[in-house]
Design a binder for this molecule. Structure first.
Ligand SMILES: [Zn+2]
Length: 59
């Protein structure tokens, strides 16, 4: 299991959507506590549909 302290938010460069690992992503049924890196490769931004490569870690 990943260390919860390492949870990083990631922001989409296309629409500004922020993926928050503390909350997961309801639209893709991603449970809270899921690292951005753990999202499936075909995961898409719930806001604009951009792929993971368009996201950058925050902080
Ligand atoms: Zn987006």
């Amino acid at each position: 299991m990943p260390d919860p302290k390492d949870l990083k938010q990631c922001q989409g460069t296309t629409c500004g959507y922020i993926y928050n690992p503390d909350k997961g992503d309801k639209k893709s049924q991603t449970p809270k506590g899921t690292h951005f890196e753990e999202l499936p490769e075909d995961w898409k931004c719930p806001s604009c549909g951009a792929g993971k490569k368009f996201f950058k870690p925050m902080g």
